[in-house]
Design a protein around this ligand. Structure first.
Ligand SMILES: Cc1ncc(COP(=O)(O)O)c(C=O)c1O
Length: 347
């Protein structure tokens, strides 16, 4: 007999939104030129330019890791340094793809809280970076993860402050938006206000985790970076040949505000879970819940019990669990998880 399980491991474990699957089927007609010169990819560029209220270049790409690494590789020299938070995905979970695709680019983590880059720490590092000294990696970019790897969201002002600092030293500002729509839904601002209007040059736009199927995208606001990116992508083996199918997915994702609708669903599920956990003695949220991920401290015993009762989640330390809500997480799943957390938290 299979044990009943509750899925809270990752938003990667969710299904794809039917609208996106339908769009793939619709794209499966006739012929189209490959490698991005097709009509759907042209439309994707136009549509995202409208959504971002400026002319953007869009490069669909298979993975978020590829998007981050190639976006950053396109920003500078192989002897450059990229600043990020300690918890940033490029620092913790991408097998140094930035260094690999960036031919030696150095990922340099900074202090901060809730997965954010702390502006003071960035300033100190920039002051001590040794610009122009051959002994030192030369700062080229700063990476901001929106929403962060601890489930928090940078405010527009926070992004603006970091970008302004980056600008003083001609650094490129890269946003890892694996959960961009979750952050956008949380802030309730326009995509432009969270990106190029506050100095973001290039964005890894997550699609897959929020109801997509098999494609994310790099969105470039800065035309100088766009010049080079095609070469990096091709050399990295990251250009879809049948590009129309990747573009069809991303178009369906943003059309009719589907991305926001899906993100609001996973964000709301996370809020419901957070509210229950806040009232549970023995369980503590270690970061504000502003998107769809929760990081919860509980005794090792309580966490073991949850796993034994069929809760699927990732352990991030002996007493730390990550729970992720998907666009298709149900109220029933949240209630069942909360019942188990309340039962075990004090043990
Ligand atoms: C914040 C963040 N960035 C990037 C990625 C990388 O995405 P992928 O697994 O598609 O390479 C992830 C995936 O978990 C992520 O959480």
């Amino acid at each position: 007999m299979t044990q009943h399980t509750l899925e809270f491991r990752s938003d990667n474990c969710g299904s794809a939104a039917p609208e996106i699957v339908d769009a793939l089927v619709r794209a499966n007609q006739g012929t189209a030129i490959g490698y991005g010169a097709d009509d759907l990819t042209l439309k994707l560029n136009e549509t995202l330019s409208t959504i971002f209220e400026t002319s953007v270049r869009v490069f669909p790409i298979p993975t978020g890791t590829g998007a981050n690494a190639l976006a950053l590789a396109s920003t500078g020299t192989p002897f450059g340094a990229v600043f990020c938070s300690q918890e940033a995905h490029i620092n913790t979970s991408e097998c140094n793809a930035v260094g690999f695709f960036g031919s030696g680019l150095k990922v340099t983590p900074l202090g901060g809280i809730h997965g954010k880059v702390c502006p003071e720490s960035l300033e100190t590092h920039l002051n001590n970076a040794g610009f122009g000294q051959a002994h030192k990696s030369q700062p080229v970019a700063v990476n901001l993860v929106q929403a962060t790897d601890l489930g928090a969201v940078y405010t527009v002002e926070e992004i603006s402050r970091i970008s302004a600092l980056a600008r003083t030293r001609k650094l490129t500002v890269h946003m890892d938006g694996a959960r961009f729509a979750n952050a956008l839904a949380y802030l309730g601002c326009r995509p432009a206000e969270m990106t190029w209007k506050v100095g973001v040059d290039i964005l890894s736009l997550g699609v897959t985790k929020n109801g997509g199927l098999l494609s994310d995208a790099i969105v470039v606001f800065n035309p100088e970076i766009a010049e080079n990116i095609g070469f990096h992508l091709r050399r990295g083996g990251m250009i879809w040949s049948k590009m129309r199918f990747a573009s069809a997915q991303i178009l369906a994702y943003v059309e009719n505000d589907l991305w926001l609708k899906l993100a609001r669903q996973s964000n709301a599920a996370a809020q419901q879970l957070a509210a229950g956990i806040q009232n549970t003695p023995g369980a503590r949220l270690i970061a504000p819940v502003e998107a769809n991920e929760l990081f919860v401290e509980m005794s090792a015993n309580a966490l073991d019990h949850l796993a034994r009762d069929g809760v699927l989640y990732y352990r991030r330390g002996p007493q730390l669990a990550r729970f992720v809500c998907r666009w298709d997480t149900t109220e029933n799943e949240i209630n069942q998880l909360l019942t188990l957390i309340v039962r075990h938290a004090h043990t």
